[in-house]
Design a protein around this ligand. Sequence first.
Ligand code: KG4
Ligand code: ZN
Length: 338
Amino acid sequence: MYLLAIESSCDETSVALLDSPGNVIGCWTRSQIERHKKWGGVVPEVAARDHLAALDTLVRLALTESGIKLTEISAIGVTRGPGLIGALLVGVQYARTLAALQQIPVYGVNHLSGHIQAAEIEQEVAWPALALLVSGGHTLMVSANREGEYKKYAGTVDDAVGEAYDKVAKLLGLPYPGGPVVMKAAATGNASRFAFPRPLLHSGDGRISMSGLKTAVVRAARECGADALQSAIPDLCAGFQAAVSDVLAGKATFALQQMAEDGNPARSLLFTGGVAANQVLRARLQQVAVEHGLQWCVPSFEYCTDNAAMIGASACIRWQNGEPGDMDLEPLNRWSLG
Ligand code: KG4
Ligand code: ZN
């Protein structure tokens, strides 16, 4: 008895097979990053077409490589949203069709709760957690419990942190996606050469903002001039990353205080989403967890970025609870947590 999971909300087509939330048989992911590179970001129409071309092949590959037969699949979990509507439609329609043919339940999963559930694939999380979900599309700090109930404590009012990394990379002439390249450049840079702002750090609320920081990086890059820009890139990246790090650590501390004031103190700090692949940010937020005596939970790299295993882990809980499926499931491009 296996559950087949499908993720197609953005630029990764991913398929996973699980037999329980913590037991991933395998996860097969095809990234479209190379396809979108020339535009410096994801083109929705291209993403949808590529999912259509890749999904069935990937499902067949998963079955062949795992040795699992289609008749042994007893449930399907698929990302219902939020995400690019055309991209989501491909996964949802595929899942519904296969579920109808095989007469098995299909569960629509929230992509964001999938990112949070990713933490439980490899370790037992001490709930409630403060979950920091930081990706190219989202920057969100929520309390999360085992039942999948969430309350938002902080979030971006403009760009997501991953998006800010991507935009900074683009303006410095670095390739897409910006996160890994900016992190690499920053490793050899001097973080204190440029005094970049920490927007809204002391606002006393959960608002996170990246736009003022991004503008400050643009201005500093311009002031360097074309000739000096190449050699200044590591310092610009290090300065930008240090500001992001301060902002995330500050807002996480704020959110932890708010959870405690609400009578629901966190027992763990969970960092997930594509940006959680960043080693500098990981180290900084781990320090916050240690200072507050919290369990530190971060999925391994493959489960931080978009993947179907996290969607499967979420769907498995509903499947194992014997919940009926959502046969008339339709995608939602917007779907907030809670
Ligand atoms: O979760 P994800 O795979 O896709 C969604 O946005 O849902 O996250 C992708 C984002 C991109 O913006 C990418 O630049 C960022 O995660 N990212 C990073 C790193 N690796 C990926 N950001 C900072 N440092 C990294 N090492
Ligand atoms: Zn994601």
